[in-house]
Design a protein around this ligand. Sequence first.
Ligand code: 3PG
Length: 214
Amino acid sequence: MSGQQLTPAEIMSLSPVIPVIEIDDANKSIDLAHALITGGINVIEITLRTDAALDAISVLAKEVPEVHVGAGTLLNPSDLSRVRDAGAAFALSPGSSEPLLQRANHMNFPLIPGISTGSEIMQGMDLGYTHFKLFPATSVGGISLLKSFSGPFQDARFCPTGGINESNYLDFLALENVLCVGGSWIVPKSLMQSGNFAEITKATATAINSYKNQ
Ligand code: 3PG
C-alpha cells in the first residue's frame, strides 16, 4: 500500500478480520486481494513461510494499492528489512524478542508483536508497544486469558490469532480489548489451490456481514 504509513492501532482497526495467507504462487496474489476486497476486507497478512511470500508482498504493494499488505511470521530483525524492502506496509510476529521490537522502533516500521504472557506485554510496553497479536490464541487461554489481561493491561489491545475460525471469531471480537482477529480459515488452502476466488469472496462477505449484522 503506498501512501501514509499507518500505526498498529490504525492497522488493527482496518477490518475485524485479517486473513492469514500461506501463499505458494505469487501470481495468485492479485486475484486473491481482489476477492478479499470485493468481499469487504482490505488488509492481508502474507506469512514468510513460503518461497513465494516476498514476491507476493511486492506484487500486491505495486499492483493492488487498495489492500494493506502485512508480512507475518517475522522471526528476527533482518526479516524486517526484507519485508519493508518488498513493500510490506506492516509486520506481525508470532512472538516477541527485544532485538526485533527494538529494530522495528529504529526503522519506524509498524510491527504488531506476538505475545502470550503478561511478561511479554510488559516487555513490549517498555519498548513503546500497546498493540499485540495474541498467539497462539486458543492454545494459550483464548477468551478467558484476554479477559484476565484487561485488568492489569488496560491500554493493551489485541489481535488474537491461531485457532480462530467461523464458530469463535465473533466471541473474540466482542471483547473490549480485541480490535480484530487473524485467521487462515477465511482463505482455505483448497480454494487457493483450485483458484476458486468467487468462493473466497463469499466466505469473506459472510464473515464481515455476520459481524456487522449481529
Ligand atoms: C498465524 O500464523 O498467525 C497462524 O498460523 C494462523 O493460525 P490459524 O491457521 O489457526 O488461523
